[in-house]
Design a protein around this ligand. Structure first.
Ligand code: TMP
Ligand code: ASP
Length: 234
């Protein structure tokens, strides 16, 4: 499948049209940003790692009955996806307190939560993706009741599948972010699932093996991405 017009360029990916109006190509870049792109850099090899890890996870979810936008891997950095209209929500699931929740509620990172926490953030960079709840979403018509029910139940299902998957790779799934899109009247899981969008800690040492190494200048950023790649695909 060939790349036609560049449709959209984001912080970590480019999206191209293809000869099929229902399909797009998603290209993963090495560019990394944090804190609403006030921090910028590159992580060598990240695009390849995130493309292949995302593909592996989308395939896994597909076998478990979770509908995704993934069609197939095309090359090191490219995947073929179904064209969706993104629901303007970032859905975060947390198993262990870290990052935003640690700051919001002044809880030390690393506390295991009694039950998983689901957060919705309104996907709007200029507002810094503010935390909202299901009442905001319905009142502002960002998603219908039925869509929200599907998005939330699917997110918890994905958490159970991925928690087990990463555990087998000796990785703790601390938290992660999902995006969903509309395609021919259905809700599909979209975007990517990678060390950019998940917090993954080594099970034995709690070492951070995800984008926090870049966000927090912890060093060994490339090595962490390669280590997750090795464990997930090795
Ligand atoms: P947070 O603790 O900063 O809210 O992040 C929660 C999870 O979401 C974490 O795994 C990183 C991921 N995330 C993204 O994928 N994109 C983002 O823009 C942010 C802020 C977080
Ligand atoms: N939303 C962040 C950014 O601006 C990315 C992140 O922290 O993952 O660039």
């Amino acid at each position: 499948m060939q790349k036609l017009k560049l449709l959209y360029e984001g912080k970590a990916k480019k999206v191209y049209e293809t000869p099929d109006a229902d399909l797009l190509i998603q290209e993963f870049k090495d560019d990394a940003t944090a804190f609403d792109a006030t921090k910028r850099g590159t992580i060598a090899g990240k695009g390849v790692v995130n493309n292949k890890i995302s593909a592996r996870i989308f395939e896994l979810l597909d076998t478990k009955g979770v509908a995704t936008h993934f069609v197939k891997l095309l090359s090191d950095r490219d995947m073929l996806i179904k064209k969706v209209k993104i629901v303007p929500l970032e859905v975060t699931i947390r198993n262990i307190v870290a990052g935003g929740m640690s700051k919001l509620l002044d809880i030390e990172e690393g506390r295991r939560l009694k039950t998983p926490v689901l957060e919705y953030h309104y996907k709007e960079d200029k507002l810094h993706d503010p935390l909202i709840n299901d009442y905001h979403i319905r009142a502002l018509e960002l998603a219908t009741d039925a869509e929200l029910e599907e998005i939330s139940s699917s997110s918890f299902t994905i958490n159970e599948i991925l928690r087990r998957f990463f555990e087998e790779k000796n990785l703790i799934l601390v938290d992660f972010k999902l995006e969903f899109g509309r395609h021919k009247g259905r809700i599909l899981l979209a975007d990517e699932i990678s060390p950019d969008t998940c917090r993954l800690w080594d099970k034995a040492t709690n070492e951070k093996l995800d984008k926090d190494r870049f966000r927090r200048d912890l060093g060994n950023v490339e090595e962490a991405y390669q280590e997750v790649y090795r464990r997930v695909l090795g």
